[in-house]
Design a protein around this ligand. Structure first.
Ligand SMILES: Cc1cc2nc3c(=O)[nH]c(=O)nc-3n(C[C@H](O)[C@H](O)[C@H](O)COP(=O)(O)O)c2cc1C
Length: 193
């Protein structure tokens, strides 16, 4: 019989970035549980420099996506990486939404006043994705959405002041199907005994 420890490791091993979602909404209760898992992450000096914006408005998500797509395309102009080339093709499609038409995006914002904000918010984000996975909810970190940082009107509309920066925009929802595990490299480890 599996132990609780196995269950945690199994949850970590089986979490996948989900890029195809059903229309089913994520309940506000589940969103609160996911954020609560996030704020249980460690943070430098226990600074907890995060703040969250929950976007369930699809029209807003589309506007955010439309703002970010051309900016990422421009940045990827010179890339030669196979995965990036594939993503460029998707970005060029007018129908493509960077949030994969998921029912909710939760933005993890980090305080500019913190010393370890990027680390803290990334740990928070991973807790959130793992918590979602254990609730049967898929997720995907959408780094592309960080381009909204430069759109001050949109930032104001989202209630984000200049004291904070966008660190982890994450979509959540129910997966159409479980994605296959992408290749994971064997870790390079130096043992010093
Ligand atoms: C910082 C960061 C930014 C990411 N940005 C995107 C993104 O914009 N769009 C996307 O589809 N996936 C994005 N991802 C998800 C990665 O592509 C994914 O984690 C990776 O391919 C490994 O797959 P897995 O999460 O299923 O293990 C991002 C992940 C991280 C950590």
């Amino acid at each position: 019989m599996g132990t609780e420890k196995d269950a945690v490791i199994e949850n970590i091993r089986t979490r996948r970035s989900v890029r195809e979602y059903t229309d089913r909404e994520v309940s506000d209760d589940d969103i609160r549980t996911i954020i609560d898992a996030g704020v249980h992450a460690p943070s430098g000096f226990n600074s907890q420099p995060w703040f969250f914006v929950v976007v369930k408005n699809r029209e807003m998500m589309k506007r955010m996506s439309d703002h970010c797509k051309p900016r990422l395309l421009a940045q990827l102009e010179e890339v030669t990486d196979e995965n990036a080339i594939e993503f460029k093709k998707e970005l060029a499609n007018a129908e493509f939404n960077i949030f994969y038409d998921a029912p909710v995006v939760i933005m993890v914002l980090g305080s500019n006043a913190g010393f370890t904000t990027d680390y803290d918010c990334s740990l928070c984000a991973q807790n959130m994705m793992l918590a979602a996975h254990s609730l049967g909810i898929g997720s995907c970190w959408i780094g592309t959405a960080c381009f909204i940082q430069e759109n001050l009107e949109m930032m104001a509309e989202l209630g984000i002041t200049s004291d904070y920066r966008v660190i982890a925009p994450i979509v959540f929802g129910y997966a159409v199907k479980e994605p296959e595990e992408p290749e994971k490299k064997d870790p390079e480890v130096v043992w010093v005994r």
